[in-house]
Design a protein around this ligand. Structure first.
Ligand code: ABU
Length: 366
């Protein structure tokens, strides 16, 4: 029986990974948590339904580019099994007219050591997304006797989980920033809710972004579930739409992090990095001034890279400034044409979920 699952951070040598698929992807109908995330001037506001087939095909082509790069370097690539995402769903607590996609896996699956945990996502449309990964989990469970297959407590996502009338289409950018600074987000604290992409794994330390998709109850839950780890809540007051840490604060190797210059990590949260001689470098400017059409994410997917090992990183092919910076920081850069997959939920890091990286659980902040 083989060891299939193990990963403690985002930089140790990558040996096995899940890459998402765009098939059957849907722009979901508005619901309490998603309304807040879609920018007021987005062409997606008020729109929902299956994404155009040609964009799905092109998105999948981009993901195949990534798969090829990984397989050419000997990384084993696993893929999810898409559902018919445009089905209506219901639980005893809510109904939703549609699901969303199985992109990106990084939001749904969190790998910590030999455990892969399905997240407690706050979007109702993502409630059943984990099912796309269950065939893989069954396989890992069958083949790896040490694999811990876990589901975080399912949030009920009743109306009590959200602040009502929180979203207001007249809200200005400045007002959004005040909300972020005040840590005033759309979710309430009645139950833990979190996206796996808000969790940055660094050996014995977990840095978790408090924002639109992850609440404070989640931090509390993490600390109780993993008493042997140190859980740090982080927030980035410069971000008007704070979801997911991986276009904001991205480690490249032990001792080096790139930080979105519009979303600097504030003091005193920097202290732990500075005290342990980590360098926090401002990320390069994105090459684009706008995200692609029908995309939820910001242009800062430029820094959403996939580190293959402490010297090698995959960066989106059009992000020339980010590539140049990585090169200067001593990384070997592999460009990958992935931009047309961005509308399905994110960049290179988002589009993947770790299964196996060499290495062990180290204490980087003793
Ligand atoms: N999923 C990461 C998106 C972050 C951003 O829009 O900047």
């Amino acid at each position: 029986m083989a060891k299939i699952v193990s990963s403690w951070n985002d930089w140790d040598p990558l040996k096995r990974v899940i890459v998402g698929r765009c098939d059957n992807s849907v722009i979901p109908p508005e619901e309490p948590a998603t309304s807040e995330k879609v920018p007021v001037d987005s062409e997606m506001r008020g729109m929902w339904g299956l994404r155009p087939l040609e964009t799905v095909e092109r998105g999948n082509e981009c993901l195949e580019n990534l798969v090829k790069i990984l397989e050419d370097r000997g990384v084993v690539v696993d893929r999810p099994t898409p559902l018919q995402w445009n089905q209506a769903i219901g639980t005893p607590d809510f109904r939703n007219d549609s699901m969303m996609t199985c992109m990106p896996p990084r939001d749904i699956l969190l790998t910590i050591g030999n455990e892969i945990m399905a997240a407690a996502n706050s979007f109702r449309c993502r409630y059943f997304e984990y099912l796309a990964y269950w065939p893989l989990m069954e396989e890992y469970f069958e083949q790896d006797p040490d694999f811990k297959w876990t589901q975080a407590p399912r949030p009920r996502l009743t109306d009590r989980s959200y602040k009502h009338n929180y979203y207001d289409e007249k809200i200005t950018l400045e007002e959004r920033l005040v909300r972020t600074a005040n840590k005033d987000f759309v979710t309430t604290e009645v139950e833990p809710m979190w996206d796996a992409a808000d969790v940055m794994r660094m050996g014995k330390d977990l840095f978790i972004q408090h924002g639109l998709t992850t609440n404070r109850a989640a931090m509390d839950w993490f600390q109780r579930y993993y008493p042997e780890y140190r859980v740090h809540a982080v927030n980035f007051p410069g971000d008007p739409y704070p979801i997911h840490i991986d276009a904001t604060f991205v480690p490249l190797r032990p001792g080096l992090i790139i930080n979105n210059p519009h979303r600097p990590l504030p003091e005193p949260q920097r202290a732990i990095f500075e005290a342990n001689d980590w360098q926090i470098v401002e990320a390069a400017q994105p090459a684009h001034t706008e995200p692609p059409a029908l995309c939820y994410s910001s242009v800062w997917l430029s820094m959403n890279c996939l580190v293959l090992d402490p010297k090698t990183v995959i960066v989106e092919a059009s992000e020339v400034y980010q590539q140049e910076q990585m090169d200067k920081l001593g990384m070997n850069v592999i460009p990958c044409d992935l931009r047309d997959a961005y509308p399905f939920g994110g960049g290179l890091h988002c589009s993947t979920a770790d299964v196996y990286r060499e290495g062990e659980c180290l204490d980087y902040f003793p």
